[in-house]
Ligand binder design. Sequence first.
Ligand code: PLP
Ligand code: MN
Length: 378
Amino acid sequence: NLIQSRDFEFNMYSPKVGDRVDTLDTPSMIADLDLVEANIKKLMDKLVPTGLDIRPHLKTTKSAILADKMVKAGAKGGCVAKVSEAEVIAAAGFDDLFITCEIIGPAKVQRLVELYRKHRKIRIVVDSEAGATAIDEALAKAGIDEPISVLIDLDVGLHRTGVLPGDPAMTLAKHVQGLKHLKLIGLHGYEGHLQHLHDKEDRKSQCLQSMETLTNTADVLRKAGFNIEVVTTGGTGTAEFCATVPGVTELQPGSFIFMDTDYRNAVGTFYSNSLTILSTVLSKQGPRSVTIDSGLKSLTTDSGLAECKDPRYTYGVLGDEHGSLSWEEGTPALSVGDRVEMVPSHIDPTVNLHDFYYAYRGGVIEEIWPVDSRGKVQ
Ligand code: PLP
Ligand code: MN
């Protein structure tokens, strides 16, 4: 029957630990384990001594195994963007999770309630009274008395979500305080608009301004008697600056573990590009041009085009399934069947296009990590 034939299909191709990377079909997402481990170590060496909690954003890796590795290296829990991500990462055994997107609408709220029924470490953000009230009512209706930990989402300049500092933050805090099934624990303020500023001094000074907004609001709320234990913020481009600000308690960088060309161009090479999309040359299209099997379905283009790891070859998009590589005269020609590695331009949406990471050392697959929350956009 249909189900059996699907199982059969899934089992037909299954690379194994111990296989050589050379034997993988393409496109495949491959991770250089030495570089992944070095990126984690660099981040922890830099940030753990500050005493702040590191709660890496798992919107990048979408992987419970990688979340666990980061905790073993010094992190404390993880962030996810969406409830559906939290569902699968928690089900995979990693449930110390902070959901950083607002949870709005009856379907999503109900999913949160069911998630929280099983996983009491889940924490959430709110930026509206209506949003907070709906969650409170759903928990009450479900008979769950233990209040869920809530952070007020503050707009620190990104203008994406979050209440404004001052009266709006105070009013929402009062509202949350009045809800029996919500427990206010802190303030969340993400300065996403600053992560890719190329000028380091500019990035730093604008970040410190955002941090002032965040920590001042935390102080004002505390003085008014609200419980603000957690003040959480920061990404790969700003975490080191956030960490210098008294009052910030938690950092949530994500991309540092793999990096991408967009981040490398902005913040430099302190963290290495540790992930590539292994691709195959399918067709020769001219003396200095070939077509590879990685197009829009394997590499995203929102932040510019991916780059070939070997910089002598220039990538172009040829459609959903195809890309081109071209080169200057004098560069060794690529031939049909050759394999190349492509460095993503934006890591998070690229990871979301693939089922597995093949993590290798010395050309041999050492670990295989499922992209657990692939496609979990709800
Ligand atoms: N926190 C929030 C709320 C985010 O949306 C993101 C990324 O978009 C991050 C942290 C992680 O930032 P990065 O991937 O730039 O390290
Ligand atoms: Mn991103």
